[in-house]
Each structure stands twice: as C-alpha cells, then as structure tokens.
Design a protein around this ligand. Structure first.
Ligand code: 0RA
Length: 652
C-alpha cells in the first residue's frame, strides 16, 4: 500500500476494512485452509463459486478461467456483474465493498438464490486480500467499470471505463496470489480442471472453459446430461446393469437431483454434494437417500415376488448398495456442516425431503421399467449371498486369531513406544528394502512392515477373498483398528501409515493397490489424514565425499547446473557424459539400493524427509482412478496410464 492511497481513503469504514484485510493476511489458513498448493488453488475456486451462484440464480451460463503467463489467474463470467451503485451504509461503490469487506457477500445474500459457498464461502474479498494485485472489471447496465487493488487495498475509486456490448453483463476478476503468502510458484492445470469438470457435471447448464497460457493446455466442460453423465463417467470402466436412473425434484424447498446406476462391482460408490460441495462425511441427505433406496427396493422385490417368501436370505441396506454408483446433489439454503472435516450435512429437514422424493420417484421408475427392477434385485440377492459367505469366512479368520491385535504379525518390526500419536508405520515393498528400513529407522517410534510384492487387487475381489489374503491380514492386525464398517481410526496403533515403494512402474502399481485397499476398506484412515506416501530420492549425485540427493529430474538438473558453475564458468571441465570432473550421477532403481543410513537421511528422518499426505479431496476422481487402474476394462486403463503416466496414483 502506497502512502497517497492510504491518505486518500482514510475514513472510519476504511479502518474496519484495513482491520479485516489485516486479519486475513495474518491468519490466511483460517480463511482458506492452508497456504500451500491447496490454499492457493482454493482462491480460484472461491471466485468460481461466485460465478456458479450467478448460474444458480439463472443469470449465467459461461465461466472461463485463464492461467496467465505472469502466474496470475483470470476468472470471467456472464452473470449480472457485481453491483456498482453506492452502498447505503458504507457510502461507496458496492463493488468496492464486495472486494474489500470481509463477508460482504453476506450483506447481499438475502437474495434467495444464494446457496453456494457453504463450506469455505469466504468471499472474493479474501482472494483480494491474499493477492499481490487484483483487477476487477464489471459490465453492467451498458457500462464497464473497474477497480484495482494492491494486497486488498483499492488504488482508486471504482471508475467507468467504457460502454459494454449491447445486453452484455458479467464480472472479470484477475488476481496474482501474493508470493509473501504462497510459496508455490504456479497454478496446476490438472488440479483446477478436476474441480471444473466436477462443477460442470453438477451444473448442467454451465459451460466452463479453462486454459493454461503457460503450458498451452485447454479444456471445455459442458455436460447436457449433468449427473447422468457424471455416473456414466464414474462407471466408464465398469459394466453397468442398466441406463442411469435420474431423479429430480423439489420437496419442502429443497431441490434434489440424483443419478444412480448399478454395475457389476462389489463396492459402492456414492458421492454426495450440498451446494456443489462434496460432503465426504455424508449427512442427512445421504441418510435420506439410503433409507429410501432400501425401503423402496425391498418392498418392490416382495411385491413382485422377486424374493421368495420362504427364502432364508433377507436383504440388508448394504446389499442394496453393492455395485451402486450414485451422485446425490442437493441445494440447501442454510446448510449446517458438521463432522471432523466439516463435510457432513446436519440439517434434519433434508433427510425427509430426500427420502420422500426418492421413495416416490424410484417406485414410479421401477413400475415403469420392470426389467431394470428385476436386474437390480437379482444383483442385490447375489450380494446378500456373498455377504453370508463372507460372514462365515470372517468367523473362521477370527477364530484363527488373524484379526486379533494381541497377536502381531511376525514380519512386523514394531516400535518401542506405544503412543499412537507419535508412532508411525512404514509399509515397505520387498524384504530387502524392509531390511534397510529396519536398520535405518528410529526404533522408538518407527515400525516397519515389509510386504511381498503385489498385494491382492481388492477392486476385483469379493470381501471373503480380501480377508483371506495374507498380506492384507498382516496389515489389518498391524494397524489394529479393524476393517470395513467396523473400522475405527481412533484405534489405529500408529498416527501415520507411510507407504514406501520403489520409484518405478512396479512401485507405483503396488502403491495404487495399497491405496485402493485403504480407500475401500479403511477409508477413515485416509479421511482422518493418517495415510502418507514416502518420497525417496531418484538420484544420487556425488562430488568427492559430498553426496547430494535429487527427488526429481528438475532438481537433478538444477544441482548439476550449480556444480557446473551455472553453465557460464569455463574452468569446470566436463567428462564424456557432460558431467563436471569428479562428479558422478546415479539413478536409484529401488529402495533396496540405499544403505540404511542413506534411507534414514533421505526418506525416513522426520527432520529432513518429505512425505505426501493422501486426502479425499477429490473422492470422485479417486474412485475413478481406482476403477480405471484396477477394474476390468483394459482400454480405459491403457489410455489413462498413457495420459497420466507420471501421476498414476491418487491425487495427493
Ligand atoms: C454481490 C451481489 C450480487 C452479485 C455478486 C456479488 C457477484 C459476485 C461475483 C464474483 C464473480 N462473479 C460474480 N458475479 C456476481 C447480486 C447482483 C444483483 O443483484 O444484481
């Protein structure tokens, strides 16, 4: 902020504005979650949420996002445009109020349309406060207005700069995240597209265009079929039993939209959203849906004699959800979010709204489509039979004590203290790497569990087979918190479960298998932030006695450049491989190649290592990745691996 600017605007309302901006800049994490990559991308999502609000209000169907060459981002919509008239209380342009006053959005949200932004919904003023600079341009009432800001502070009053195209209106916000706050140099196209694709599925009228001017990548998302296309996409690598069933309606002022499609899978795959926010922890809307599904399918089955009266098997809720892919999207005016990550809907009125609507419409659908009804019930019957078989298998396993934590597996090298919060377990691929890890670790708080190569692909196996698998049994007992429905993360014997695999294709396959297992059978281990991925170095560069590690190609090149004297020194002699004399470069092929000290220094020492925390942020995307990598269909898997060879793991 420059001096003239400060003096020009020094009024009572500016003091509170300054205080607000200061609060945001002092504790950014309180407003956007964190100041890492996630927080920085959240800035874009925050602006886009506002554009989506305009779409929900029926005034906007186009959003464009541009990653500019200078690292700034432009978000543009064709909504009504932020109002520019003088705000009666603040005595300045509403545009300035929206951009500079914390939660100013709230002053306008009496408008009944405004439902989104429930979770973070911090408002564009937070984006502005955390930007080195920001420019907003509004087209409204035939004119174009603008204002610029530095770290949230206006450089001049809102001014008119020209005429808008006839009938055109909208808002264009360009901002450059402040490098004093965010250390990450640039936006990631993939991270942004994931959310944009999801938003386009959830809001079928909207077209979202995103372009990266730096890398040249570009995507346009528009899904006429909305949720129907969303479940089709999620089921791309599975075999659906029928066409998606689509339910839409409004009950007690709660708009509800649902698409469901059963396929020949064993897990369920239900994603729920409130005001476009993924409710990972579920809540009343999900409960309403499940209740209606169980009740409607059950009574349909009996009414149509699809379950024999004398049948020994009775169907449970789980049976009705096996192989089900569903997306549930509701809009709630004043959502109450609860739960550990504030992603569980608490509003009780939503349960009955969803339950009633799904009950009515699903029954109607089944009456009109008896062949689909029959297929679904048959699938649920098979699920019930398998569940019965699994129960028997589980009993057997229990009797053998394999799931009993009193008997820890022999291969586990446990740690000596037993305070879970301070303990971690490394799940290591292969005995030789396991050996190095056992010698290199700090045995007080680090446990090592070596596992043999490729574990069972749980995506393709029935639950009884999963429970019979040796490697999986070993992990269940070592972690000690149960499995499936009975899994309780509070009981986990370690605060961190760290997956450590080789940095090659096999290693990444094993990592995916492990993540699939945790995702399907110990989901709360991930949702409570206990699962991590170790980052072993890829290269060792040796110069005399000095050993330097590089964790990726860029880092390797930077180190070599430095050793070459930034390339402009003529006195550094290069050998035939282009390396400076006396410097050697080796690529680690596997963890086993590192001796225990090296493994400790680079990958296990909490003071110096980097570990990536796995999260459920994009659960739908994760589901999709698991299916693609682990499912039956070969073609999508090949395409996926070709496209994402480098990222063929969970979004971490
Ligand atoms: C305050 C009030 C209204 C709209 C907006 C803000 C608004 C904000 C953003 C941010 C990006 N695009 C946006 N579009 C609109 C209501 C406008 C009215 O009642 O005319």
């Amino acid at each position: 902020m420059t001096k003239e600017v400060a003096q020009k605007n020094y009024t009572a309302s500016n003091i509170s504005v300054l205080k607000g901006l200061e609060a945001v800049r002092k504790r950014p994490a309180m407003y956007i979650g964190d100041v890492g990559s996630r927080g920085m991308h959240h800035l874009v999502n925050e602006v886009v949420d506002n554009c989506i609000d305009e779409a929900l209000a029926g005034y906007n169907d186009k959003i464009s996002i541009l990653i500019n060459k200078d690292g700034s981002v432009t978000v543009e919509d064709e909504g009504r445009g932020i109002p520019v008239d003088i705000h009666p209380i603040e005595k300045k342009s509403a545009l300035e109020v929206v951009m500079t006053v914390l939660h100013a959005g709230g002053k306008f949200d009496k408008d009944s349309y405004k439902v989104s932004g429930g979770l973070h919904g911090v408002g564009v003023s937070v984006v502005n406060a955390l930007s080195e600079w920001c420019i907003v341009e509004v087209s409204r009432d035939g004119k174009v207005y603008t204002q610029e800001y530095e770290r949230g502070f206006p450089k001049y009053d809102v001014k008119e700069i020209g005429k808008a195209r006839k009938g055109a209106s909208g808002t264009k916000v360009t901002f450059k995240p402040d490098s004093e706050i965010f250390k990450i140099p640039k936006f990631n196209f993939e991270t942004l597209t994931e959310r944009m694709r999801e938003l386009a599925y959830l809001n079928k009228n909207v077209t979202i265009h995103i372009k990266d001017e730096i890398e040249g990548d570009e995507e346009t998302y528009h899904f006429k079929g909305g949720l129907v296309e969303f479940v089709r996409y999620l089921n791309e690598s599975r075999q659906p039993l029928h066409k998606p069933i689509y339910i839409e309606g409004e009950k007690d002022e709660v708009p509800v939209e649902i698409a469901i499609e059963y396929c020949n899978a064993y897990s369920d795959n239900i994603h729920s959203y409130v005001n476009n926010i993924n409710t990972h922890e579920g809540g009343t809307h999900l409960v309403g849906f499940k209740t209606a599904l169980t009740r409607t399918l059950n009574s349909y089955a009996y009414k149509n004699k699809l379950i024999k009266e004398n049948s020994k098997i009775s169907l449970t809720g789980d049976d009705f959800r096996e192989g089900l892919t569903a997306v549930i999207s509701v809009k709630v005016m004043e959502p109450q979010f609860e739960g550990q990550t504030k992603t569980k809907l608490g509003n009780s009125e939503v349960k009955s709204a969803v339950e009633t609507l799904v009950g009515e419409k699903l029954a109607e659908y089944l009456e009109e489509n008896p062949s689909v009804g029959k297929k679904i019930i048959e699938k649920c019957m098979r699920a019930a039979e398998a569940r019965e078989a699994a129960r028997k298998a589980k009993d057997l396993v229990r009797r053998k004590n394999a799931l009993d934590t009193m008997h820890l597996p022999g291969k586990l090298a446990d740690c000596s203290i037993n305070d879970p919060e301070h303990c971690e377990i490394y799940i290591v691929e292969g005995d030789s790497a396991g050996g190095s890890a056992k010698q290199g670790r700090d045995r007080r708080f680090q446990a090592i569990l070596p596992i043999k190569g490729k574990i069972l692909n749980v995506e393709k196996a029935k639950i009884n087979k999963v429970l019979e698998n040796t490697e999986i049994k070993t992990m269940i007992s070592a972690i000690g918190a149960g499995i499936g429905e009975e899994f309780n993360p509070e009981k986990a014997r370690y605060g961190k479960v760290i997956i450590m695999t080789d940095a090659d294709i096999d290693g990444s396959h094993i990592r995916t298998l492990l993540l699939t297992f945790f995702y399907r059978h110990m989901k709360d281990l991930i949702s409570t932030g206990r699962v991590y991925i170790a980052q072993p170095p890829l290269y060792k560069i040796k110069k005399g006695k000095e050993e330097i590690y590089a964790f990726d190609d860029d880092e390797r090149d930077a180190i070599l450049k430095r050793l070459k004297g930034n390339g402009n020194s003529k006195d550094v002699e290069l050998d035939e491989e282009g390396l400076p004399k006396g410097v050697s470069l080796s690529r680690y092929k596997g963890l086993g190649e590192m001796n225990p000290e090296q493994l400790w220094d680079t990958t296990m020492n909490p003071e110096t290592r980097t570990i990536l925390q796995v999260n459920l942020e994009s659960a739908a995307a994760a589901d999709k990745i698991f299916d693609t990598l682990m499912g039956d269909a070969v073609e999508p898997r090949r395409e996926f691996i070709e496209k994402h060879a480098k990222y063929a793991n969970l979004d971490v």
